[in-house]
Unconditional design. Structure first.
Length: 173
């Protein structure tokens, strides 16, 4: 339950931050406010479909990239590698489709992708959570996770990466 509130708090912080900006922001939006309509999101999904390389398990389209926040639309027609983000927490919100999100356990055949990310083809011993449109999952830094589309259709997510733990967390009492 505490992770649920933390995830909501992180999302609210990102969305209300004066540093928040996105490519599809409404020109009438006040400073520090951004808006994406359903039409904007559908257009971004269409772009992801067009950008998808043959047999690729996913394509990512940027929504927000302003340090320390990074949000993307992920169009996932197939199962991609499992990941561990050592320095970022990740909030996943399902926009379309269904899938399984596997968390915990241990990466199989773990490989370092870069200075702060590990990957492997799958997870051994993780917990599986079925997800559908509107569901949200928060994955703390250092936790293995993998997204597996189900139902014969791609799963589309909005992912938000934030430094974790955030600077100054937990707050002083």
């Amino acid at each position: 339950m505490r992770l649920h509130y933390l995830a909501i708090g992180l999302l609210a912080t990102a969305m209300t931050s004066s540093a928040f900006a996105q490519q599809a922001a409404s020109p009438a939006a006040a400073p520090g406010v951004a808006f994406m309509s359903d039409a904007d999101i559908m257009s971004l999904i269409d772009k992801a479909k067009a950008d998808l390389k043959k047999d690729a398990p996913l394509v990512s389209e940027p929504i927000l990239s302003l340090a320390p926040y990074r949000a993307s639309l992920e169009y996932r027609p197939g199962t991609s590698a499992a990941s561990i983000h050592e320095k970022d927490a990740e909030l996943l919100v399902v926009l379309q489709g269904t899938g399984d999100i596997v968390t915990g356990g241990k990466l199989v055949d773990e490989e370092r992708r870069n200075a702060s990310n590990l990957s492997g083809p799958s997870i051994d011993g993780g917990d599986t959570q079925a997800v559908a449109k509107g569901d949200m999952t928060f994955v703390a830094a250092g936790v293995p996770h993998q997204i597996i589309p189900t139902g014969g259709q791609p799963i589309v997510l909005m992912t938000l990466h934030v430094p974790y733990p955030p600077t100054g967390w937990p707050p002083a009492k």
